[in-house]
Design a protein around this ligand. Structure first.
Ligand SMILES: Cc1cc2nc3c(=O)[nH]c(=O)nc-3n(C[C@H](O)[C@H](O)[C@H](O)COP(=O)(O)OP(=O)(O)OC[C@H]3O[C@@H](n4cnc5c(N)ncnc54)[C@H](O)[C@@H]3O)c2cc1C
Length: 552
């Protein structure tokens, strides 16, 4: 660490709040801060708003929570007026929505684009954060809010020879802005998580040949995407108050759907099959909520996993390929379940080959080929669908220094530690939106983002009303919360998967279950109770100063 940058004393370089990131979280945060009359500055490394939807422009990119629910609820006018065109909007439409929100609420004037936050240092005397950007400028802020996103740090795989490849290399999470045309080209897709599963069918239609390199077969459910009709949109709009309430308070994952009241083993074979079939035909993420014990009981889970494996075998004509595509390494749902359009059927195309890199790992990339199992697969373009350093990756890239010069990376060396996923002890006035230890990626993230932004905003209003300087998670509350997050995770099947929830996709990353699995409803209740009890588990300071001033 170099010397602490001095806190600018006054003027335009001091803010009440600096927000990092202008995705859906940063944008809503800015709107709420304005509503509180606070001076806020948002820094965004991209050239526009939208976060995930700004960066992930790969073919086939779309949301997997239905758009009528994967959208802001804070403005009824907005949700009544915006016309989603499809059940799952494609990336360009979601980006258009983000831009519309930025314009509609006049957000851009407080957002500085093309600017990375590189460093943040807490000045214990001034009780301010010094925030240094990629332009070398340092500003001061009382509060720092990280709206840096859970899936925003694209992970480049460490493959020997990648830099030697003469063709084009694309990462799905960092896709070029100009259209990429694969017509007549031989393409390799490496990775079969959500982005791979969305992009493979679309790329296969263009490419002369597509080779898909699969390490782990993943469960995927048909999206059954379709145009939305006026009646469907109207159905949602009329019911929005109840749909949004239910998603916030009752659904575990922030999605409005029927809540299951039975376990998978409470039904006989035929009845169970009929229920899985009905959900398969309906399509989408609610497949996993057909029963209430699929995430808890391995035998119950096996019934759903077997059903999907059978479906794969029915769809994919070549038995050897079907077998490779059938996931066997983890219980269904314990890795982010994927939603697809014709993914499995794509492997029936004559121009598509599946390569199993679990048994035959990629050895290297040459100037014109991917070498796996001592065989060269010649390609003109490489698509890396290798995901993200999830949940902590973007936070870790910022050099954050709290009390006593301790860095957040030092503190989180063995895994992230937070209280409620919102704050980390030793880092006063630093909030994280959808941080590790909160439901975040296990939920409809719009619900989780809005909940965190509202909670933080209420907290800042309380700080101001009580003339407080700092708020900080106590170590005791944090330790208890970390233990609770862990304990709840281990009552489920989730830790059985080598997933990015566990940090397992990044070599050397500590294996710790990062999101809170207790459900968005119970989690919200806990957060509200903490606030109602005067921010229990947080140390707040500053009132003493006021009290002693009054006494003297
Ligand atoms: C392909 C894909 C599909 C998804 N589909 C869904 C879905 O259907 N439903 C769902 O609930 N969730 C989905 N997600 C998760 C998605 O990330 C969230 O829904 C949501 O968009 C997150 O918003 P955010 O503002 O928290 O983070 P982001 O959208 O990731 O925005 C964070 C922003 O912070 C910026 N940033 C980070 N670090 C810095 C820095 N140091 N300085 C300056 N700027 C910085 C980044 O550039 C980025 O623009 C999907 C994710 C991906 C990748």
């Amino acid at each position: 660490m170099s010397a602490t940058p001095s806190v600018p004393r006054q003027g335009a370089d001091r803010y009440d709040v600096v927000v990092v990131g202008a995705g859906f979280a940063g944008m809503y945060m800015l709107r709420r801060l304005r509503g509180l009359g606070l001076a806020a500055r948002v820094y965004e490394q991209g050239s526009g708003v939208g976060g995930t939807w700004y960066w992930n422009r790969y073919p086939g990119a779309r949301c997997d929570v239905e758009s009528m629910q994967y959208s802001y609820s804070f403005s009824d006018e907005l949700q009544q007026q915006w016309n989603w065109s499809e059940r799952y909007a494609p990336q360009p439409e979601i980006l258009k929505y983000a831009n519309h929100v930025a314009d509609r609420f006049d957000l851009r004037r407080d957002i500085q684009f093309d600017t990375r936050v590189e460093r943040a240092v807490f000045d214990e005397n001034a009780k301010m954060w010094s925030v240094t950007t990629s332009h070398g400028k340092t500003v001061a802020a009382k509060y720092l809010v990280l709206a840096t996103g859970c899936l925003s740090n694209a992970r480049m795989p460490e493959i020997k020879g990648l830099d030697r490849f003469k063709g084009k290399v694309y990462h799905t999470g960092h896709w070029p802005h100009e259209p990429v045309d694969f017509t007549g080209r031989r393409v390799a897709v490496i990775g079969t998580g959500s982005s791979g599963i969305q992009s493979v069918p679309v790329i296969a239609e263009q490419a002369s040949h597509l080779t898909v390199f699969q390490r782990t077969a993943n469960f995927s459910i048909p999206a059954r995407n379709a145009k939305l009709t006026d009646q469907e949109r109207q159905w949602f709009r009329e019911r929005y108050p109840e749909i949004r309430r239910f998603a916030r308070e009752e659904a575990r994952n922030g999605i409005y759907t029927e809540l299951p009241d039975r376990g998978a083993l409470d039904d006989g074979d035929n009845e169970r099959r009929a229920k899985y079939e009905a959900r398969w035909q309906r399509g989408g993420l609610t497949f996993m909520s057909v029963y209430n014990n699929l995430a808890l009981d391995k035998t119950a889970n096996d019934t759903a996993a077997d059903f999907v494996r059978e479906k794969i075998a029915e769809i994919v004509k070549d038995p050897a390929t079907a077998k490779l595509l059938q996931p066997n390494s983890h219980p269904i749902g314990t890795k982010r379940i994927c939603i697809d359009t014709d993914y499995f059927a794509t492997f029936n195309r004559p121009n598509v080959t599946l390569v199993d890199i679990k048994t035959n790992p990629i050895e290297e990339i040459t100037e014109n080929a991917v070498r796996a199992g001592s065989r060269d697969y010649e390609v003109d373009a490489l698509v890396l669908a290798t995901g993200f350093d999830a949940m902590t990756g973007s936070v870790a890239k910022i050099d954050i220094s709290g009390r006593d010069g301790q860095t957040l990376n030092q503190k989180w060396a063995e895994g992230p530690k937070t209280y409620l996923g919102l704050m980390s002890s030793g880092f006063p006035n630093l909030f994280i939106i959808t941080g590790p230890g909160s439901p975040s990626v296990l939920s409809n993230m719009m619900v989780s983002i809005e909940q965190h932004v509202d909670w933080i905003s209420d907290c800042l209003a309380c700080m101001r009303d009580r003339d407080l300087d700092t708020i900080e998670a106590t170590k005791d509350a944090e330790d208890k919360w970390v233990a609770h997050v862990n304990e709840v995770a281990y009552t489920t099947l989730y830790p059985q998967a080598n997933s990015w929830y566990m940090g397992a996709n990044v070599p050397g990353k500590p294996r710790i279950f990062m999101p809170y699995i207790g459900g968005v409803g119970p989690y919200r209740k806990i957060c509200n109770e903490v606030a109602a009890k005067g921010y229990e588990g947080f140390a707040m300071a500053g009132a003493e100063r006021q009290q002693s001033a009054a006494a003297s």
